[in-house]
Design a protein around this ligand. Sequence first.
Ligand code: TYD
Ligand code: MG
Length: 453
Amino acid sequence: MARSSDSYICQSCGAAYGKWAGRCEACGQWNTIELEQTEAAPSGSHSAKSSGKGKAIDLVSLKGELSEEPRISTGNMEFDRAAGGGLVPGSALLIGGDPGVGKSTLLLQVAAGLAKGGSRVAYISGEEAVAQIRLRASRLGLADAPVHLASATALKDILATLKTAKPDVVIMDSIQTLWSDTLPAAPGTVTQVRTCAQELVRFAKQTDTVMLLVGHVTKDGQIAGPRVVEHMVDAVLYFESEAGRSFRILRAVKNRFGAAHEIGVFDMTGAGLREVSNPSELFLSENDGTISGSAVFAGIEGTRPVLVEIQALVSQSSLGAPRRAVVGWDSARLSMLLAVLDTRCGLDFGRHDVFLNVAGGLRINEPAADLAAAAALVSSLTDIALPRDTAVFGEVGLSGSIRPVPQADARLKEAAKLGFSRALTPTKLKSRDLKLNSFAGLDDFVRWVRQSA
Ligand code: TYD
Ligand code: MG
């Protein structure tokens, strides 16, 4: 038996092994397994000592007094939206993102908003000194917000402070800097992050405090170590940016108290993050309707309709295997769509290089974007511009059929609201505001594009 229970722990997913291995079998990552001194078994697991009978707990009925606590609004509409409509007392949220994406800026703004709304907010940073946070706050014009600041990394001190200060909302920036002196492992290791997060989440539940935990993501897109934390918290929000772009998307990937996949959109300016309440403005280019190879997709991000331009460039290829490059969409989906267009509609993409780009740096995952991508591709191949002010959506099947998609009404309404006059859609839809061209098959659609020249 090993003296203290040292284990080899994957720094990416937290899986524990008895001996070192080059590759983690649980998550498939290479070179992530490191020796950690975990001391006693982590709290929550059964230790040999707890062999007593245990104490009976009260089981209560489902019916009972409702303590309907309203969600706490942060005063930041986009943050509230991503969090599922505000913060639920007693919940814990993880906000992950690459270093430098703007997590601290966002949370400082959120903290100030909450404090101005009357909540007691504690902003604890393990990365910056109080003076630095003050400096940032004054640059953001938030210096007068009554936020309680602290710079600390020792879990014991933080918990002791929180117990006396009794804030409504705690922001911990970041969990990777925390350490508990009950563990010999270094700060930032899986063992430390897991234990500290567990303690803070428990504190949140016991005291009805909202706990916002900031976590850094590693280069390969995983929250370093604390993927284990994802399971402990009630909601996981990722703060994302596209290289070279000033806008940021806060995306809910998990939410026990609201819709997952909800997004909040921000713009990083010299004076902090500006809320973008109408994201379509970012994702539509100034296309005056005379350029071929462009189509506007009426999409849904989370629960919100977003219009985004899809651009295609199709050019004669000099290569044996023509090039396919896609940004913001699935390349397998593009291959499928090209095969359907060639086979079912008699087009000739096989001898062309194809480039597809989703404007604004958004990433689309919906199958509903098929028809819009097809529209951009066909438009570029035939050099026929689609009619201006036209929005497109619909899923394309392998047979070349165009299938209905969810939330068609919301898509049409958003398009009408933004001044679009026509929509290309699957069949059986009605709209009072837009002229609809509905298609049952992709071949009909291609014929229609050719005729509209
Ligand atoms: P920060 O919030 O420190 O990122 P994180 O906490 O995720 O590591 O953001 C740092 C970046 O944001 C930095 O590159 C500068 C930029 N920034 C602005 O562009 N405008 C601002 O008003 C602020 C405060 C930061
Ligand atoms: Mg930071």
